[in-house]
Design a protein around this ligand. Sequence first.
Ligand SMILES: [Ca+2]
Length: 190
Amino acid sequence: MRPTGAILMMTMMMMLMMMMFMWGSAEGIADMCKKNPPVPCKYQVSGGGEWYQLGDNRCTRAFFYETHLNFDDAEKTCQKYKIGGFNGHLVSIHSQAQLNEVLCAMYKVHPGKPHYWIGLRFMNDPYYIDFFFYGWTDGTEYAYRNFANGQPDKFLLREECIEMNYWSWGLWNDERCWANRPYMCAVRYR
Ligand SMILES: [Ca+2]
């Protein structure tokens, strides 16, 4: 076989493997979300739309069909949504259970695995030691994480904001904050 033929065949095999992998994970999320369908939010969110329960004190909504925004504009938009005295933020995620609730709320809106902004971003480490010093925009503690292999990588030192569904559903990646993305908001109610 000529070298170009071998390269072509390897590329095709890689693409086939990737398609099988992506198809497999899509089946996984379909089953999971059929067993655990998103529960409508207990409260009315001012600003409207369909919101779903997240943990025991929040509701969440995937903004896919609205204009895709950069990270800061997405965070500002989330803050316009309110329940009582609490305003929204980009979603923070603190456990596998919460990740699954977020995933199924996303999947219900669009099954195509879009990359969404979540509320995690690089913050300036007060001591300038930690190159990967992240914080949630809602001010909650950053402990749980679910990055894809090799991420975050601060590629070209330009990636400081975190998107979700990189390669597979649920996996996180750092991306340039000015990139426009769908986004996931959450609002507390207590
Ligand atoms: Ca990255």
